[in-house]
Design a protein around this ligand. Structure first.
Ligand SMILES: *[C@@H]1O[C@H](CO)[C@@H](O)[C@H](O)[C@H]1NC(C)=O
Ligand SMILES: *[C@@H]1O[C@H](CO)[C@@H](O)[C@H](O)[C@H]1NC(C)=O
Ligand SMILES: *[C@@H]1O[C@H](CO)[C@@H](O)[C@H](O)[C@H]1NC(C)=O
Length: 164
């Protein structure tokens, strides 16, 4: 069996800030082409079928945050390594940002503590509404780096598992 291990270049940009703080970050990733390594995930992989070929789009059943549910009668999402943040419809994003204690200041969404910036929120609504017309949610690198994800071209499906 042929397996190629390469450093994840796309993710490196995003985790750069994290790495500067902590060189042995838990968010360090690996890209495997042509295979899947069970040493990197816990339990079984959960697969979802692709609903739109070419963009890794799938049907997301629901988003549950504490007692709030969004996308409650399912919605479309894509997993996109080319997007850094997590993008969704404006109203839903506002709900999430309120729940995590983030406020909108000068077009930035910031979590503050004692009037000092603690971090930036990674939940954003689309800048250009026509850019993401095909899907409602874009799960970018802040999502991807927390999971083991299989992009299965042969079976037109995406697999998700918890990272080891
Ligand atoms: C996913 O696609 C496969 C292959 O077409 C099909 O057998 C399976 O039933 C589908 N699963 C769901 C949950 O739709
Ligand atoms: C934060 O800043 C505002 C305006 O500068 C001030 O009125 C407020 O008391 C400050 N709050 C804290 C917790 O320092
Ligand atoms: C914020 O301010 C409160 C009250 O002045 C203080 O108890 C707390 O430690 C401060 N938190 C930080 C992170 O500075």
């Amino acid at each position: 069996m042929f397996r190629l291990f390469v450093t994840v270049v796309a993710l490196a940009v995003l985790i750069n800030a994290e790495l500067r703080r902590n060189p042995v970050s838990k968010f360090v990733g690996e890209l495997i082409l042509g295979g899947s390594d069970p040493n990197h995930y816990l339990g079984k992989i959960t697969y979802v079928n692709i609903t739109h070929k070419g963009s890794w789009q799938f049907t997301m059943d629901k988003i549950q945050i504490e007692h709030s549910s969004l996308c409650s009668s399912s919605c479309q999402a894509i997993v996109d390594t080319g997007t850094a943040v997590l993008i969704g419809p404006q109203l839903d994003i506002e709900v999430i940002n309120e729940l995590i204690g983030a406020t909108y200041i000068n077009e930035e969404i910031i979590v503050t503590e004692n009037n000092t910036t603690k971090c930036m929120s990674a939940f954003e609504s689309p800048y250009f509404s026509d850019e993401y017309v095909k899907s409602e949610w874009v799960l970018g690198n802040v999502f991807i780096r927390r999971y083991f994800i299989e992009f299965d071209m042969k079976n037109d499906r995406i697999g998700f598992a918890s990272k080891k």
